[in-house]
Design a protein around this ligand. Structure first.
Ligand SMILES: *Cc1c(COP(=O)(O)O)cnc(C)c1O
Length: 497
């Protein structure tokens, strides 16, 4: 979503992935450059034993960060795999006892998609909706549990809003009933202090690259005694006690361990520093007016700020902010037509879900980054709002001025053309538009084609031709049809006067 030609934008996308900590780079480089890269940790010779010893010390570092024992840690390729192993593995192993799962509508796809897969395998899945603040009510969860429920999966911290769930209360409800409880903690580990062994959590997924470690390595915490209640996804050499076979990636695991040790030290001060930056950013954005905080009223992690901004479309906003690396809940360029399902589940309408920005801050964020981000957002929001039909008083229609409008407030497109007419021809074309970048580009391009055209012939070709000229993707053709509607209205009005 960020144009690739932009030189080093300010990085405010820590929830997507984090830069590597220098201590992690040093540990991994040292491992790769010396003997750590050589032996297979399963081998019994000296090289293998050295690799294995390094892995076991990294495993202890990982366990220490979350308050687990080293033997509770199963290394995986990341949180996606850990979620799959937990959800598919626990459900399939329990299929003879019951075929019902409970999860939520705001989970990451890495947990939701395995639930969908299980539906195909004959499981019933209840997906709970959050309240308006983004929290799952433990009482609502209790009410959804059935005698045949075998697994509950609720994320610890939401990756879009930063809202923290009451995993302790939810886990306690599960434990009372003997139901396994899994939590996706990819956004919690390294940000929230935790002692997982003291909590009613059976399975917990996390991943190194969300807290300054390398991509492609993560873990599943498996509480003592729960191993036997999991079916593996892979079969092979028996590593990780058969739960996740395959040669362990020594350098990745060492980077993961180093990231955990750094995170454990940073937990004492980093959240406060990052929260202060986030609060500063929020104060600046709020002063724009019409800015809504997603997850307001719920406890949230320090580094995340998700806002919906009235009167602008998220994709156009992000495209206008090439100096910032941020995420949007808008779906203009993604395969799905739906904007953020998480914000929709919080009760945001499509328009506000489309106009959301997720800022995520972290270890290397500075006050200057936040100030620059706020200034850039202010500039773009002001520009886009000024371009929107919402900001323009309804123009009068006359023989000398034709007005055509289509789409409207709350729709994905809102367009208004205003054509000055002299002797039956367009002398000047102005427009106001709200919509995605494809829509904005097409409106600007059309307005350029219009001067000199006869009013009777004011539609320059077909939307299919415009799409071809502008490189508009086929699935966005509907938006160009709306632009055509507005021009046809100008044409009709021109014929009537
Ligand atoms: C990033 C993330 C994942 C996926 O982690 P990978 O290591 O990239 O597979 C899963 N769940 C949540 C909540 C995440 O933020």
């Amino acid at each position: 979503m960020i144009p690739m030609d932009t030189a080093a934008p300010i990085y405010l996308d820590y929830a997507a992935t984090t830069p590597l900590d220098p201590a992690v780079i040093a540990a991994m480089t040292q491992c790769l450059a010396t003997d750590g890269g050589r032996g297979n940790p399963a081998s019994l010779h000296g090289w293998g034993r050295r690799a294995s010893a390094r892995i076991e010390s990294a495993r202890a570092e990982v366990a220490a960060l979350i308050g687990a024992a080293a033997e509770d840690i199963v290394f995986t390729s990341g949180a996606t795999e850990s979620d799959n192993l937990a959800v598919l593995g626990a459900a399939r192993a329990a299929a003879d006892r019951g075929r019902h799962l409970v999860s939520t509508r705001i989970e990451h796809k890495a947990a939701l998609d395995p639930c969908r897969r299980l539906q195909k395998e004959g499981f019933a899945v209840t997906l709970l909706a959050p309240d308006r603040t983004g929290r799952i009510d433990p009482q609502a969860l209790a009410a959804a549990l059935r005698p045949e429920t075998v697994l509950v999966s609720v994320m610890w911290v939401n990756n879009e809003t930063g809202v923290i769930q009451d995993v302790e209360a939810i886990g306690a409800l599960c434990r009372e009933r003997g139901i396994l409880f899994h939590t996706d903690a990819a956004q919690a580990v390294g940000k929230v202090p935790m002692a997982v062994r003291e909590l009613p959590i059976d399975l917990m997924s996390f991943t190194a690259h969300k807290f300054y470690g390398p991509k492609g390595i993560g873990a599943l915490y498996v509480r003592a005694g729960v191993r036997a209640r999991l079916q593996p996804l892979l079969y092979g050499g028996g590593q990780e006690r058969g739960l996740r076979p395959g040669t362990l990636a020594t350098h990745q695991i060492i980077g993961f361990g180093a990231a955990c040790t750094r995170a454990r030290a940073a937990l004492a001060h980093e959240p406060q520093r990052v929260a202060a930056l986030r609060d500063r950013l929020w104060a600046q954005l709020q002063s724009l007016g019409g800015v809504h905080l997603n997850g307001a009223g719920a406890p949230r992690v320090a580094g995340l700020l998700n806002v919906s901004i009235e009167g602008v479309e998220g994709e156009s906003l992000v495209t206008g902010l090439p100096e910032l690396a941020v995420s949007t809940g808008s779906a203009c360029n993604s395969a799905s037509a739906e904007p953020s399902y998480v914000l929709r589940a919080l009760g945001r309408d499509t328009e506000l879900a489309q106009s959301s920005l997720r800022f995520s801050l972290g270890r290397f964020s500075q006050l200057a980054d936040v100030e620059a981000a706020a200034a850039a957002v202010r500039r773009e929001v002001t520009r886009l709002r000024a371009l929107s039909p919402a900001q323009e008083p309804q123009p009068p229609v006359s023989a000398a001025q034709l007005v055509g409008e289509a789409g409207g407030p709350g729709r994905e497109v809102w367009i208004r053309f205003r054509l000055r007419v002299e002797a039956g021809r367009v002398s000047e074309a102005a427009y106001r538009v709200y919509g995605c970048p494809h829509t904005m580009a097409a409106a600007a391009w059309l307005a350029e084609q219009l001067p000199g055209r006869a009013v009777a012939d004011v539609v320059p070709g077909t939307p299919q031709e415009w799409a071809a000229a502008l490189g508009t993707p086929v699935e966005k053709l509907g938006r160009l049809l709306t632009l055509e509607d507005a021009l046809r209205e100008c044409q009709r009005r021109g014929a009537a006067v």
